[in-house]
Unconditional design. Structure first.
Length: 214
């Protein structure tokens, strides 16, 4: 009877380990996917941030006649021109904040309590699945790894996955939060730039109707 109960308990532990392993792999895959998406977004934002300055530089380099026609059109549509300038300015701010959020998302993160000073300092404990140790607690880490030499039971394995999933869950939550902020600010940047383009199109249309642009 006792042996049967033990076998049933071990079978449950095996299923727990399989589930934990799936969650472990899924969390790692999600973290990799988030880093890839945010990396692409940050690269796009780095190109997008100076776009208004490049446009201003291009306009400044135009010949005198073309520049005078453009400035005349902007003067006649001063409201749309002011709105476009303000939108481009806020768009650049949004792009800059989005880049900062993206860098924060891509920043590597260690286990809770590692290399920290404060209330989390005492929450670190050694883990085989995340083999990082604090230099001042090397003996604790070493003794924990030595358990592998004599063989470990299923309870030990479940405990390892339990601790590691807590760490990955914290990291995944932090990355998801920063990713959402990054894309939130990027969407505002694109909205500002899009509205600025509409204002510029309106200025061009008014200029054509008034025969300002030849």
């Amino acid at each position: 009877m006792i042996k049967s109960q033990m076998n049933e308990f071990e079978e449950k532990l095996v299923k727990s380990i399989e589930l934990a392993k799936s969650g472990f792999e899924n969390a790692q895959a999600r973290i990799g996917a988030i880093d890839a998406k945010v990396g692409v977004a940050v690269g796009f934002l780095v190109f997008l941030l100076p776009a208004p300055l490049m446009v201003v530089g291009w306009l400044s380099g135009l010949q005198s006649t073309a520049a005078s026609n453009i400035f005349s059109a902007c003067w006649k549509c001063w409201f749309a021109s002011s709105a476009a300038a303000v939108l481009l300015f806020f768009g650049m701010i949004c792009a800059f904040v989005a880049i900062l959020r993206g860098f924060s998302c891509l920043m590597p993160r260690g286990p809770k309590g590692y290399d920290k000073s404060g209330p989390f300092q005492n929450e670190w404990r050694p883990n085989v699945l995340f083999p990082v140790h604090k230099p001042d607690m090397f003996d604790v880490f070493y003794n924990h790894l030595r358990k592998l030499q004599s063989g470990v039971d299923l309870v030990f394995v479940v405990s390892e996955y339990d601790h590691q999933l807590q760490q990955l869950g914290r990291i995944l939550h932090a990355k998801c939060a920063e990713m959402n902020k990054c894309f939130w600010w990027m969407n505002r940047c694109l909205a500002c730039y899009g509205l600025a383009i509409l204002c510029a199109a309106w200025i061009v249309l008014i200029a054509i109707l008034h025969r300002v642009v030849p």
